[in-house]
Each structure stands twice: as C-alpha cells, then as structure tokens.
Design a protein around this ligand. Structure first.
Ligand code: NAI
Length: 253
C-alpha cells in the first residue's frame, strides 16, 4: 500500500476499538496521527502506543457533537503537524441499555445518538475538509455499519443514524469530487470492541450472531482499520461516494 510518510490523519473515537486500530494502522504506514476522543485517557494511550512503535501522534479531547470542540480539534491537529490529509469520522455510540421497542425510546436518547453519529460526522467534515483542501486534497472515511444497510429491531436511533451517515457521505463525495477530496463510508459487521461488549456477555446472542454471519466468526478492529486506511490511500484514487462493508459476508445473506 502507498506509503503515507509526510501525511497527517485525524481519527475521532481513536481512544479505543476500531478508532485505535485505525490510528495504529495509519502510523504503521508512516502518517502522523491526531487521536481525538471524548475519553482523553484512551486517546493518550493510543498516541503512547504509536510513539512506542516509533510513530508520530498526539491526543486531543473532543465531543464530536459540539461544534466548538470539533473546530478546536481540527485546529489542534494542524497546529501539531502542520497540515491535514485524512479524516476518519469514527466516534460513535449506540443507544444505552438493552434493546427496547421504539415506543419506549426516550427522545433525548434518540437525539443524542443522532447528534454524535450524524451531526458529529457532519461537523468533522465541515471543519476538516477546508484544511484537507489547503493540503492539496486527501480523503475522508465515515463509519457507517451493516445497520446502515439493514436495521435491527429495538434500537431505532442507531440504524437511523448509520443510514444517514451513508447519505451524508454520498452528498459530501459529490460536493468535493472534482476538488481532490474523496469521501467514502465503511460498514463493519460485528467487531469485538467496547461498543459490543454487552453482546459478548450474552452467550445465546453471541452464538446466534456467529451463526448468521457467513464466515462464522466476528471481526477484529484491525480488519476494519485496514479497509479505512486503504480507502484513504492513493491506491483508492478512483473511489469516492461508496459504501464498503467488512462484515464476514453478513449483507450477502
Ligand atoms: P468503541 O466504543 O470501542 O469506540 C468508540 C469511541 O468513540 C470511544 O473511544 C468513545 O469514547 C468515542 N466517543 C463516543 N462518543 C464520542 C463523542 N461524542 N465525541 C468523541 N468521541 C466519542 O466502539 P467501536 O466499535 O470501535 O466503534 C467505532 C465506530 O464503528 C462507531 O461509529 C460504531 O458505530 C461503528 N461500528 C462498530 C461496530 C462494532 O461491531 N463494533 C459495527 C458497526 C459499526
């Protein structure tokens, strides 16, 4: 894959799971990485791991649903590394608690998921893309989900948000298609991270999910990270506006 030495990546939600794996993958290709997360300690740990492996990284606290915070995050990335080439809008949440039917979902909880997953993705692009344009072009990857293609009963906010991320991705891709900024979304299947911890605690659900995944196994964060970094790289130079699942075959079924 194309060497990314001299490039700068900004990864939101980089303090754990898929975001941490993505930050490590970028660094492994030579890019400097600004690791942004609501959980600053998690982001600092990711940056520490990159530094220990000989890479360049820094950490910043952000709430992606807050415009002032996102603006400051982008400014900090540019101040630290002098430019910005890639943005990964990875920070995301699902509705808290066990699956509840739509008519019992609290409006505030529904809105918070949309604020983080959708407005957060919008705000990331709004403030990072001008910097990517200044750097001469680059790429954005937004985290959708298999739940951005299908839906699950009981968590309407999450499916709604991930469908919206795909639409937002396509709109942005069209806007910047001739300006050198490619914008794509990826759709992980079930990946072992903090977000899916509750699923793995329940043996029955785990067994069922494995059974309905054609590969009969769950994904690792690094398997999503490799796709994200490929989509940012020059090897993906003709790819924009797309949605790329990495789901062990789930959507084929
Ligand atoms: P995770 O929970 O390990 O990581 C999410 C990170 O986002 C956390 O470090 C958290 O602190 C951060 N975050 C949450 N709200 C934030 C906010 N308002 N501002 C800044 N940071 C915030 O979860 P995971 O699995 O790594 O999720 C990453 C992305 O992948 C999410 O967008 C998720 O929806 C998506 N995804 C995950 C799947 C899975 O099976 N794990 C499946 C499909 C999509």
């Amino acid at each position: 894959m194309t060497d990314m030495t001299g490039k700068v990546a900004l990864v939101t939600g980089g303090g754990s799971g898929i975001g941490r794996a993505t930050a490590l993958e970028f660094a492994g290709r030579g890019a400097a990485v600004m690791v942004a997360d609501f959980n600053l300690e998690g982001a600092q740990e990711t940056a520490r791991q990159i530094g220990a492996a000989g890479g360049r990284a820094a950490a910043v606290k952000v709430d992606v649903a807050d415009e002032g915070s996102v603006k400051a995050m982008v400014a900090e990335a540019v101040a630290a590394f002098g430019r910005l080439d890639y943005l990964v809008n990875n920070a995301g949440i699902s509705a808290a608690g066990p699956n509840v039917p739509l008519h019992e979902v609290d409006l505030k909880a529904f809105e918070r998921v949309l604020d983080v997953n959708v407005a957060g993705t919008f705000l990331g692009m709004k403030h990072a893309i001008p910097e990517i344009l200044k750097a001469g072009g680059g790429a954005v990857v937004n985290l959708a989900s298999t739940m951005g293609e299908r839906a699950s009963a009981g968590d309407p906010s999450y499916s709604t948000s991930k469908h919206a991320v795909r639409g937002l991705t396509q709109s942005a891709a069209l806007t910047y298609a001739t300006l050198g900024v490619r914008v794509n979304s990826v759709g992980p299947g079930v990946i072992r991270t903090g977000m899916t911890e509750a699923i793995f605690e329940d043996e029955q659900t785990t067994a069922w999910l494995k059974g309905v995944t054609p590969m009969h196994r769950f994904g690792e964060p690094s398997e999503i990270a490799k796709l994200i970094v490929f989509l940012c790289s020059d090897d993906a130079s003709y790819i924009t506006g797309g949605y790329y699942p990495a789901d062990g075959g789930w959507l084929a079924g």
